[in-house]
Design a protein around this ligand. Structure first.
Ligand code: NDP
Length: 543
């Protein structure tokens, strides 16, 4: 039974360009069962076979470039070029997974320590079925990125795109169906938060959520009922720091871009700026200069003269206006922008801001750049860290060493020196947050690994009598455990040498007969262990 409809609306024009039914709770449950069964088949395929199938999907994505950029343009109001950038990074990610999965997911040998008569290694196994819940701001990459990583790692996937960009969700489903070998291992459910919640309640083996921090908390509560693990990629309030030795013009130019790109609706957007007082005036002047260059508008054409499109839906308008009103009421001043025509909000520069304002504390997620004057780098770092969020941070300085040193003091998942946003395009650089910005890491090896569980193996013949692991199972060897503990792990020379002191010649009057016996036993055990180590090393070396 279908419960509701999703209407596709172009935020730039208000035009309705399609609709589709929401997925019913019954269908969510059915898909969950299907994907559970399919997981057993998908994980049995060799990695090479999975990669072959995913490469076909890569081909489909490239083939559909114009179709994809057109839907993103209608669904979000972003330019076709910005839609292309989203697709570009998605394809790059998939390319990395396909090329490196064999190495990243390989079996890894583990150093045996004292227990060297067995071989130890770890193996990565998929979770089973992963629920991928995505946002509307980058509705293609934030859904397909984790879904493809989860598939490459051997999971089946159920994705839930945002209701706000349901047309992109529908397109994602169509694209996946174009690869018949892939289609049986992935499902798309369409709808709002209720559908997302039904998916989380359907007990997938893992949930991957990209969304806001409040949604993260709600999903966490529901997932906790079944102890379902959740990977979070949540909101941000990224700080940009401009130091007195920075290239102020470049900081202003790219800082403005980082604040206004995608109408500020980017998780790692420049959301607040701290400028050292000696360059504050010059920075603000350059910011206003570059802000004036932003051309706002919309076209469905492939080439666009515009660098700023509309806000994607009404909730963003409400949040932006609430933050601006709160800031103005508390003494902030708007130096540029501040007006809105329907869904198009002017790029807005705000000064006289402080941390009592929502604008400096909560995610605004719209084209607003608040700038705060600070005394020095210490104050900038303190304020940058005064946030519940910790996704990224940007530092502008002429001294790269200084930038890195400051970066180490900043509580954020990514630190960028002298640029903004571009790190996301580096598809092997881990991306994710700390604090309430999340716990996941997309891109690269950690991305694939987070969709697997580590299984450990200990492999060998039945216990050997002289293996320390065997000896210490038997009663009467306290003395040996004590001696090995000190010899191997002693932290001072005295601790380490203590067992050896007991090997002193018998004629020394201070050595009692029991100690001599202990010394002899110890020497025998030590010799056997040394011999065994030698033989094992030779055997391993010959293999
Ligand atoms: P939301 O948190 O509103 O929604 C995210 C997804 O969760 C949507 O599909 C939403 O459905 C779904 N959802 C909502 N409620 C529930 C629920 N109770 N149970 C399960 N699923 C639910 O985020 P937005 O879509 O507004 O996206 C913007 C946010 O995402 C920003 O905070 C941004 O910073 C963050 N983000 C983080 C990124 C990162 O990498 N850290 C990247 C991109 C965005 P529906 O929309 O249909 O209601």
């Amino acid at each position: 039974m279908q419960t509701d409809k999703l209407i596709f609306t172009n935020p730039a024009t208000g035009e309705k360009f399609g609709e589709m039914p929401m997925t019913s709770p019954e269908t969510v449950a059915l898909y969950r069962q299907e994907m559970g069964r399919a997981a057993a088949v998908w994980r049995q395929k060799t990695l090479a076979e999975r990669v072959r199938i995913l490469k076909q999907f890569q081909g489909v994505l490239i083939e559909a470039v114009d179709e994809i950029s057109a839907v993103l343009n209608q669904d979000c109001g972003k330019t076709r070029q910005d839609g292309l950038i989203e697709l570009f990074i998605t394809v790059d990610l998939l390319h990395q997974y396909c090329n490196h999965a064999a190495r990243w997911l390989r079996r890894k040998s583990i150093w045996p320590g004292l227990y060297f008569f067995r071989r130890y290694y770890t193996e990565q196994r998929p979770y089973g079925t992963v629920a991928v819940i995505g946002p509307w701001n980058y509705p293609l990459i934030m859904v397909l990125g984790p879904a493809l990583a989860a598939l490459a790692a051997g999971n089946t996937v159920i994705v839930k795109p945002s209701e706000v960009t349901a047309a992109t969700g529908q397109l994602i489903e169509k694209l996946l169906q174009r690869v018949p070998d892939l289609a049986p291992f992935v499902r798309v459910v369409h709808g709002d938060g209720r559908v997302g919640e039904a998916l989380v309640r359907s007990k997938p083996e893992l949930v991957f959520l990209t969304g806001s921090t409040p949604t993260g908390k709600r999903v966490s509560q529901v997932a906790a009922e079944n102890l379902t693990p959740v990977i979070f990629e949540l909101g941000g309030k990224d700080a940009m720091i401009v130091l007195e030795d920075a290239d102020v013009d470049a900081a202003a130019r790219w800082g403005v871009w980082g604040a206004f790109f995608n109408a500020g609706q980017t998780c790692m957007a420049v959301e607040r700026v701290y400028v050292v007082e000696s360059v504050y005036d010059a920075f603000v002047e350059r910011v206003l200069h570059y802000t004036r260059e932003f051309k706002m508008g919309y076209t469905p054409a492939v080439e666009s003269p515009y660098s700023l499109g509309p806000l994607t839906f009404q909730r963003q308008v409400t949040i932006m206006e609430q933050h601006l009103q709160d800031a103005l009421a508390k003494g902030a001043r708007i130096l540029a922008g501040g007006q809105r025509r329907e869904m198009f909000a002017e790029p807005t520069v705000v000064v006289n801001v402080d941390h009592d304002m929502l604008l400096m504390r909560e995610e605004t997620f719209s084209p607003v750049m608040p700038i705060m004057k600070v005394k020095n780098e210490a104050e900038a770092v303190r304020l940058a860290n005064d946030s519940q969020y910790g996704l990224g941070a940007y530092i502008w300085t002429g001294d790269l060493q200084r930038g890195q040193r400051l970066g180490q003091q900043i509580e954020a998942g990514t630190i960028v020196i002298n640029d903004v946003l571009s790190h996301f395009a580096v598809t092997q650089l881990p991306f994710g947050g700390v604090k309430q910005s999340g716990n996941g890491r997309v891109h690269g090896e950690q991305d694939l690994l987070q969709f697997t569980q580590t299984h450990a193996y200990a492999v060998g013949r039945p216990p050997l009598p002289f293996d320390i692991a065997t000896v210490l199972r038997q009663p009467g060897y306290y003395w040996l455990g004590d001696a090995v503990l000190k010899l191997v792990f002693g932290v001072t020379p005295r601790q380490r040498l203590e067992p050896l002191r007991e090997l002193l010649p018998a004629e020394l009057p201070s050595v009692p007969p029991t100690t001599r016996r202990t010394a002899n036993n110890l020497a025998t055990a030590g010799t056997l262990m040394a011999l065994a180590t030698l033989l094992l090393s030779i055997w391993r070396w010959r293999k």
